[in-house]
Design a protein around this ligand. Structure first.
Ligand code: PLP
Length: 450
């Protein structure tokens, strides 16, 4: 029998609600703490920074949260995204495993980030907010916010991590085209930025620094709010549309995944694909594995510590309970810019602590090898971030072959890599570094945190 290559959902079958896993978690997440008083945070403490509706979602334990019609309308530009049977990759690996991937690279900005950018801009708009600040690593989140803010008529100031600003100039062009202002971080626009440049001369910048800069501007002006593209509960909530669609599509395909895989930066795309399936494990005891894949150079889930830490370098954010390498950790210059973040979201961290999800760290060369194999087998050049999920998928598929077992693997293709070709060039010419952080570096970065 000929198998279907692409499982496409009808527009009308697009989910109408996001899924909030907090409702089904056996151990509820620990509360965020106020950055100064270190007491549990009141939702009102977040109001200078975030739109009220987003704060409500951040602390909600309701299982299903309705997707507003205006948001669904914009989702329809690229959603539902296809679920694809990776038959070419299966053949290349000669594996008995069935491999499926959810293709989030079809969004206008080439990644899953738009799934949260649209609702975040929307909730700010209906509250009368006229300006938004944000940070971006590789540029994907900044591009997504640029589209969303342009649609709702909101000004956007993006702080882009300096090394990415230099390595990926076309990301800046994309954001400018959509009408956003972009500056390299640390910048001279904020007090924090000026201080960082003095404290760390010649720094590459980091997401932690860029977040501090963006938050400083938002805290200074009532009509300006801040948005974050990963880590927080409301961001992972919005991303569950990925897994909820995939759940329906797997049903159409007549398969159910034994293992679900996503690459891991702060947790938004992994949570997005994994949480709707994890819900079957939590509520029905389904036997399913969920694997988060991080770079060996920034291994918070596999080698970090679970403790209260800040989300940014300066300590403006609430203290969040998370797996972290320390908020001063400066990750090496790997090309998966979106995975260069010191911490993990609260929900994923608690689930990892409770043994409900797995984590693996993979070195850069193996991920690019996987990315090239995937491009040749399936015709899509994956984002350097997504190649981490592909590398893990390949490990699982080869294990299935070794054991002579059928196995259904689902992974999230979080984005395409067509603006990351400099990284592929380096890999193809054999000059990519394979950096793995040392225990001493991690210990040093964690010293002083409790
Ligand atoms: C931002 C990004 C990531 C990492 O962020 P998460 O919040 O962990 O998903 C992964 N892949 C792509 C393509 C990205 O843009």
């Amino acid at each position: 029998m000929k198998t279907t290559k692409k499982i496409v959902l009808n527009e009308n079958d697009m989910p109408r609600e996001w899924y909030n896993i907090v409702a089904d978690m056996h151990t509820k997440p620990m509360p965020p703490l106020h950055p100064v008083t270190k007491q549990p945070l009141a939702p009102a403490d977040l109001e200078p920074i975030f739109a009220k509706e987003l704060i409500k979602q951040e602390v909600s334990s309701e299982r299903w949260i309705e997707i507003p019609e205006e948001v669904r309308d914009l989702y329809r530009i690229y959603r539902p995204t296809p679920l694809v049977r990776a038959s070419g990759l299966e053949k290349a690996l000669d594996t008995p495993a069935k491999i499926y991937f959810k293709n989030e690279s079809v969004s206008p900005v080439g990644s899953h980030k738009l799934n949260s950018a649209i609702p975040q801009a929307y909730y700010n708009k209906i509250e009368g907010i006229t300006s938004i600040t944000t940070e971006t690593g590789a540029g994907q989140w900044g591009s997504a916010m640029s589209v969303a803010c342009q649609h709702f008529g909101i000004n956007l100031q993006v702080f882009m991590v300096k090394i990415s600003y230099e390595q990926k100039p076309y990301r800046k062009s994309v954001m400018n085209t959509y009408g956003a202002n972009v500056i390299a971080s640390p910048s001279n626009l904020t007090e924090v930025g000026r201080r960082m440049q003095q404290q760390f001369p010649g720094t590459n910048g980091s997401l932690g620094m860029a977040i501090s800069e963006a938050m400083e501007l938002a805290m200074k002006d009532e009509k300006t709010k801040y948005t974050l593209g990963s880590v927080l509960n409301h961001v992972t909530l919005h991303q569950t549309i990925i897994g909820l669609e995939a759940e329906k599509q797997m049903e159409i395909a007549g398969d159910y995944p034994d293992v679900v895989i996503g690459c891991f930066g702060g947790g938004s795309n992994f949570s997005g694909i994994a949480f709707p399936f994890l819900r079957h494990k939590l509520t029905e005891g389904k036997d399913i594995r969920l694997i988060a894949v991080e770079p060996a150079s920034c291994p918070k889930l596999t080698r970090g510590k679970f403790l209260y830490d800040y989300g940014d370098t300066e300590g403006f954010t609430p203290l969040l309970p998370m797996y972290t390498l320390g908020h001063n950790f400066e990750p090496a210059e790997i090309h998966a810019g979106g995975l260069r973040y010191h911490g993990a979201g609260t929900l994923v961290s608690q689930l990892r602590k409770d043994g409900l999800i797995e984590a693996e760290a993979i070195k850069q060369n193996e991920t690019f090898e996987a990315g090239v194999l995937f491009a040749r087998a399936e015709g899509i050049v994956p984002a350097p971030e997504s190649t981490h999920a592909i590398a893990m998928t390949i490990r699982e598929a080869l294990k299935a072959k070794e054991e002579g077992k059928e196995r259904v693997i689902l992974f999230n293709l979080s984005g395409h890599g067509l603006i990351d070709m400099a990284a592929y060039d380096k890999y193809l010419s054999g000059s990519l570094s394979n950096y793995e952080v040392s225990d001493a570096e991690i210990e040093k970065s964690l010293a002083g945190l409790k």
